[in-house]
Ligand binder design. Structure first.
Ligand code: MRU
Length: 320
């Protein structure tokens, strides 16, 4: 099943806001509907956002092909629908480069981006599983944060793709999914995907992760990224930094699995990245709140970054 695809002239997505209760497909016919789906997290996760950006430009090219100002405005709105994952603007810009060749060429490029993400997931699953076994030995117990499965990446996923591959190899002793406050991508989505894949797992509250590591119950932390900066800083779901600190303290590997489409060498460090603020309403109804959606994990807490083409041993001084 693909999280996002182009089907009969519209963008089809699995509505991730309805999971795990309801598995329903939304058909998005307009740029406005697509942007609303991105902003409500009906479609989410960096690789899937890249594909959404590209399909969004394909929709815009069909509707506004003869109105350059309206087309430019629509593309700008798609690129900026969410600020943190580099994939969204990058996917939109790649598709937009084909505008002079007509709407069908734009759509074809969007489909190439979709297919590249599918291939990248397969490559990361294999590269990442090899690295986990090399660093942790046979049958590791892993902890993952947020959702990095097929829902976040068209199919298979990034870090969760590695978890799935280890399970297929019979080389996985256990998985803990941190619940991922406030929108529960771990408790709702990762848990749903692991159950569907027949992988036994437990959910932990976010604040339990470092303690479970300190107690020796986790052999490695493995998660995804929304952007990887030139110095190796990793931008990912809020809570990633505290899991990296926990892993550092416990002396276990902290592994980031993300496609090359998430590596942004034009951004020098995490301090240069806009961290999405999703407002107080998602956190609490009874007091004011601060709600940054992502954080920056400094490169010196990262053991390795696994992309679809390489293993970057950040702990040995290698850079993206
Ligand atoms: O706010 P979200 O749910 O889009 O955040 C997603 C994440 O932080 C993921 O860990 C990241 O995009 C990697 S997805 C393979």
């Amino acid at each position: 099943m693909r999280t996002i695809d182009w089907v009969d002239g519209a963008v089809e997505i699995i509505d991730q806001t309805a999971l795990p209760g309801d598995l329903r497909v939304l058909r998005l016919h307009t740029v406005g509907e697509l942007i609303a789906a991105i902003q409500s997290l009906a479609v989410r996760g960096a690789p899937a956002l890249g594909v959404a950006g590209a399909f969004g430009v394909a929709l815009a090219a069909r509707v506004h092909g003869d109105d350059p100002a309206a087309l430019h405005n629509a593309i700008r709105k798609i690129e900026t629908a969410r600020p943190t994952a580099v994939n969204l603007a990058r996917g939109a810009q790649r598709a937009a480069h084909l505008l002079s060749s007509g709407p069908e060429a734009v759509l074809a490029e969007a489909c190439v981006i979709r297919d590249e993400e599918i291939a990248a997931s397969a490559a990361m699953a294999s590269l990442g599983a090899d690295l986990v076994l090399q660093l942790c030995g046979e049958r590791p117990r892993l902890l993952t944060h947020c959702n990095t499965g097929g829902l976040a990446a068209v199919t298979v996923g990034t870090a969760l793709g590695v978890v799935g591959e280890l399970h297929r190899r019979g080389a996985l002793a256990g998985v803990i999914a941190s619940e991922t406050r406030p929108l529960l991508q771990g408790a709702r989505l990762t848990s749903w995907e692991l159950t569907r894949a027949g992988i036994e797992h437990r959910v932990a509250v976010d604040s339990a992760g470092p303690f479970l590591m300190a107690r020796g119950e986790v052999d490695a932390v493995i998660l995804g990224a929304d952007r990887i900066c030139a110095n190796g800083d990793v931008i990912n779901k809020i809570g990633t930094f505290s899991h990296a600190l926990g892993a550092h303290r416990a002396g276990i590997p902290f592994l980031v699995v993300a496609p090359e489409s998430t590596v942004d060498t034009a951004t020098p460090t995490g301090g240069h990245v806009e961290i999405e603020d999703r407002g107080a309403a998602e956190v609490t109804a009874w007091s004011d709140a601060v709600n940054p959606a992502f954080d920056v994990t400094p490169y010196d807490l990262v053991t390795a970054i696994v992309t679809d083409r390489r293993v970057i041993r950040v702990d040995r001084g290698e850079k993206p």
